[in-house]
Design a protein around this ligand. Structure first.
Ligand SMILES: CSC[C@H]1O[C@@H](n2cnc3c(O)ncnc32)[C@H](O)[C@@H]1O
Ligand SMILES: [Zn+2]
Length: 439
């Protein structure tokens, strides 16, 4: 019988599988073939394994790639432009005017490539995005090799991209058609928020999502003002309105969900809605603390997102995962809330569940695609290493991410980007800084 020839064999000191909470395999290897995890093998049996490439990561954790469940990648080019503001002041008086002046196709491509480089260097393998000029975002996804969910933004008011809701939808769907054969590119429908989208448009979104089998990605209950204004103007909380409009279903990824009562948590769970938790953005805009522990207890798939670089200001999923674990404890005054293994599950498998790709990625399992990262724990800052699960969440930083693979393709090798040109990205960023300052 002929022996299997694997593409890559990566052995590591520890593998965090995320199959069982806190499961760690010591001194094992992952064999990758045709982009898939083909075998998980004890290191002691690796000598007889044939592989085109072998990598021995003696001080590292291998684990599933991080899934950024809510972002606006191109906003890297607006990073640090308006800090220390409340959401509506930030949007109305700073971000939307800046977007009106600058956002177009090349802004989105350059900003998204910059974001993807940052995310890859921080161990993120999948981004669930929403912005404008979706073909540019998808091209950035193809250039970087990241698994990319492109949200077709929908608003009622005009922007550079489109002038009314129907135009946002038709342009977005036309751009989606260009990328239908691309396995790593998936389009979603992204109505911006209950306060910027009408009932009629939400109904169209639900119908289209059902017809085309698409996810829906929307900012919901981000601030107390959003909820209070809706009650004042419509005598209804936004979530109740969205429920009436048919939006609540397993298709929906609700970003933020900071202000929820017990009844709403139950409704979210019963409808199979997923939640993208954005701890840094919620803290920086002083939006509040999302009831993550209660959502998880109700069975909701809560993943983790960075939001955009203009409200975070990092696209650092390791930092975000740490914050998710810490903020849950402060929010509930319970130190057992969101333990490290749960935080890792949120940043990986829960994100995959939300996106409908948990059969493909999100954990280390034979047959899944090889979306994997390696984190080097040999640094002084992570010595000694008793428990890699604890270290990944509480002690390690993104600078310790050494390798990243998406579908078996190496995007980061010993901290070197393999698909994107770091110097060129920095130069383009500097160009945009000059252009933005000049207007
Ligand atoms: C239509 S999606 C892009 C749109 O959303 C804006 N945005 C970025 N972050 C947030 C946030 O936290 N809440 C609401 N809207 C946000 C972004 O500037 C784009 O205009
Ligand atoms: Zn957002």
């Amino acid at each position: 019988m002929s022996q299997t020839q694997y593409d890559t064999l990566v052995s590591a000191r520890w593998i965090i599988t995320v199959e069982q909470d806190g499961e760690v395999l010591e001194n094992h290897a992952i064999a990758i073939k045709d982009g898939q995890i083909a075998a998980i093998i004890p290191a002691s049996q690796c000598a007889s394994i044939s592989a085109n490439q072998r990598l021995e990561l003696g001080h590292h954790v291998l684990m599933p790639g991080l899934i950024n469940l809510h972002g606006h990648s191109a906003m890297t080019l607006l990073r640090g432009l308006a800090d220390d503001k409340a959401l509506m002041d930030w949007l109305n008086n700073h971000i939307w005017p800046a977007e009106g002046k600058h956002v177009q196709d090349d802004f989105v491509f350059d900003g998204s490539c910059l974001a993807m480089a940052e995310m890859i260097r921080g161990g993120t393998t999948t981004i669930n995005d929403m912005y404008f000029y979706h073909a540019a975002m998808a091209r950035a996804g193809l250039a970087s090799g990241m698994r990319t969910f492109v949200g077709c933004s929908i608003l009622e008011f005009p922007t550079n991209y489109a002038s009314h809701a129907d135009e946002y939808i038709s342009k977005g769907m036309a751009e989606r058609a260009e990328f239908l054969g691309e396995e790593l590119i998936t389009f979603t429908l992204a109505p911006h928020a209950p306060y910027t989208v009408s009932d009629a448009t939400f109904r169209k979104v639900v119908e289209l999502a059902d017809k085309q089998d698409m996810r829906i990605h929307c900012h919901i209950h981000e601030t107390a003002d959003e909820v209070n204004n809706s009650v004042k103007e419509l005598q209804q909380r936004p979530l109740a309105r969205l429920q009436q409009l048919g939006l609540l279903s397993p298709r929906l990824i609700a970003a933020h969900m900071v202000h929820l009562n017990a009844e709403e948590i139950d409704i979210v769970a019963r409808h199979g809605v997923s939640v993208a938790h954005n701890p840094a953005s919620n803290m920086k805009l002083a939006s509040g603390i999302a009831p993550v522990q209660q959502l998880l207890a109700a069975g909701v798939a809560v993943g983790i997102g960075t939001d955009g670089a203009a409200s975070n200001n990092k696209l650092d999923m390791m930092a975000e995962t740490r914050l998710a674990a810490l903020l849950a404890k402060v929010g509930t005054l319970d130190p057992t809330a969101v333990p490290a293994a749960t935080a890792i599950r949120m940043a990986t498998l829960n994100g995959a569940r939300a996106l409908g790709i948990a059969d493909k990625v999100g954990s280390v399992k034979v047959g899944k695609q090889a979306d994997l990262i390696a984190i080097d724990l040999s640094a002084l800052e992570t010595a000694p290493a008793f428990d890699p699960v604890s270290h990944v969440v509480y002690a390690a930083g993104r600078e310790q991410v050494s390798h990243v693979w998406v579908k078996g393709r190496c995007l980061l090798d010993a901290r070197q980007l393999q698909t994107l040109d770091e110097a060129a990205l920095k130069a383009r960023g500097e160009d945009w800084r000059n252009r933005i300052l000049a207007r």
